[in-house]
Write a protein that binds this ligand. Structure first.
Ligand code: COA
Length: 181
């Protein structure tokens, strides 16, 4: 299996997988826009969507991720999907590991993912890939209400740039000082 950037020729198959797995499927136009923006540098090319391709050359999974909105040092996985019938062969694990491998280049320390309460395989996937469940949220989307689980992976402190550790220590000191006032 190989992991590579999503190309425009992958859009129909990715879109077909997405429509099978989600009610709010991403449109082919949205995918094309994302690929174009990230390939021409309008948006960060390091977060270009990726596909997993099996040994027969078929696209069997994809993921979309980006910097987490409102943060400077966190990524967020928006979608991660393995084509129906191709599960349990390590496809999604490889894609999560690809996102993890981008952390250093992106100068980020964590990855965030929000998981619908019913998506047990996804929860297991993130737990297996070193994520912890850090909270829950009640979500209303259209006429559906559900609980979502927050999953977060944090780079071990040992692997972080010393400047990052210094900034964490500074933030802790400032928080403590604030509480003592
Ligand atoms: C979640 C999903 C991406 C996992 O893809 P996958 O390629 O099968 O994952 P992997 O083969 O890498 O498996 C990794 C781990 O996930 C968990 N897992 C995967 N499929 C599972 C299933 N059907 N039931 C329970 N756990 C499952 C297991 O812990 C597995 O490890 P193991 O096989 O060693 O036990 C896939 O099931 C999927 O596309 N689901 C629908 C879309 C979705 O829910 N996406 C997440 C939205 S946040």
């Amino acid at each position: 299996m190989t992991i590579r950037k999503m190309a425009t020729r992958d859009i129909p198959v990715v879109s077909a997988i997405d429509s099978e797995l989600y009610k709010n499927a991403i449109t082919e136009t949205e995918l094309l826009q994302e690929i174009t923006d990230k390939n021409n540098g309008t948006k960060n090319p390091l977060t270009a969507p990726i596909v997993a391709v099996n040994d027969q050359g078929e696209v069997v999974g994809y993921t979309r991720f980006d910097r987490r909105v409102g943060t400077t040092d966190s990524l967020a996985i928006f979608r991660i999907s393995t084509a129906p019938g191709q599960g349990r062969q390590g496809v999604a694990t490889e894609m999560v590991m690809h996102v993890r491998s981008k952390l250093k280049e992106m100068k980020c320390n964590s990855i965030f993912a929000k998981v619908h309460q019913d998506r047990i395989p996804a929860m297991n996937l993130f737990a297996k890939c070193g994520f912890n469940c850090t909270g829950t949220e009640d979500v209303s989307q259209g006429d559906e209400s559900f609980e979502a689980y927050d999953f977060e992976y944090s780079v071990p402190l040992d692997d972080r740039n010393p400047r990052h550790i210094a900034s964490i220590a500074k933030a802790c000191r400032e928080e403590r000082a604030g509480k003592e006032e």
